[in-house]
Design a protein around this ligand. Structure first.
Ligand code: ADP
Ligand code: MG
Length: 237
């Protein structure tokens, strides 16, 4: 039975979609069967990041409405790595949340890990995802504005009885600028770090060219290793 993990943040643009794609690639490389779900209904973009926007026939909305569509909705990305797109036209408000839940739970029989790329903000979208997941990866920039949103997101997770999460600090400056990790963890009221992902122009370029997963599986392997560990063993640094 697979496990469902949310990739959340509160704030937009901090790297949820990037982390979902890269972590999925790293986990599948390690031999785990992984499904990436775009949970950003109405504003999907994981399909673009994965370079499969043209391959979508049906989406998660079709699949949750009618079981028959599920196989055609799932896009194969690589060995052990599949993708379930969100609907671009419908918003979470329009979606039968029970049916979606049922669909994702059913897919747990097929995959070791299901990663759900969450939308920004606090509303029906994130609540629907938190209803489904066992744990969360909270992505934040190492900046106070992001951290405050991250802290709020952790509160929302706790309101949904999710107390198992890892923090992924993303776009960490590499110019030697001092980052006080302990202060940041204190703002988040968290004890452990799941990953420190550097700011890297290559992420932008490779994403734009549709090759982000190549980057994830080569240069980013070590950076992502602690997050892979967290997913597989449940332990953080
Ligand atoms: P979110 O899903 O939280 O809105 P994205 O994953 O879409 O955020 O990332 C927002 C933008 O930042 C994208 O253009 C992405 O390529 C870029 N990006 C993400 N992580 C990094 C990083 N570590 N270094 C440089 N650019 C990044
Ligand atoms: Mg996103």
């Amino acid at each position: 039975m697979g496990e469902i993990i949310g990739v959340v943040s509160g704030k937009g643009g901090v790297g949820k979609t990037t982390v979902t794609a890269c972590l999925g690639a790293a986990l599948s490389h390690a031999g785990h069967r992984v499904l990436l779900c775009d949970g950003d209904f109405g504003l999907r973009d994981l399909d673009l990041v994965l370079g499969v926007a043209d391959e979508i026939i049906y989406d998660a909305l079709d699949a949750s409405e009618d079981k028959e569509y599920t196989d055609d909705a799932i896009v194969s990305i690589a060995e052990n790595l599949d993708f379930l797109p969100a609907s671009q036209s419908a918003r979470w408000e329009d979606i039968g949340r029970k049916k979606y839940k049922k669909l994702v739970r059913r897919l747990c029989d097929v995959y070791d890990y299901i990663l759900i790329d969450a939308p920004a903000g606090i509303g029906k979208g994130i609540e629907s995802i938190l209803d489904l997941v066992n744990r969360c990866i909270v992505v934040t920039h190492p900046l106070w504005v992001s951290l405050r949103n991250g802290a709020r997101m952790i509160q929302v997770c706790e309101e949904h009885n999710i107390r198992d999460f890892a923090i992924a600090f993303n776009a960490v400056p590499t110019d030697g600028e001092d980052i006080d990790l302990y202060d940041m963890l204190e703002v988040l009221r968290a004890e452990y770090v799941g990953a420190m992902i550097p700011y890297d122009e290559d992420i932008l370029t490779y994403t734009q060219d549709g090759h982000l997963l190549d980057l994830a599986s080569h240069e980013f392997r070590n950076v992502l290793a602690p997050l892979v560990d967290y997913v597989v063993t449940g332990d953080c640094w």
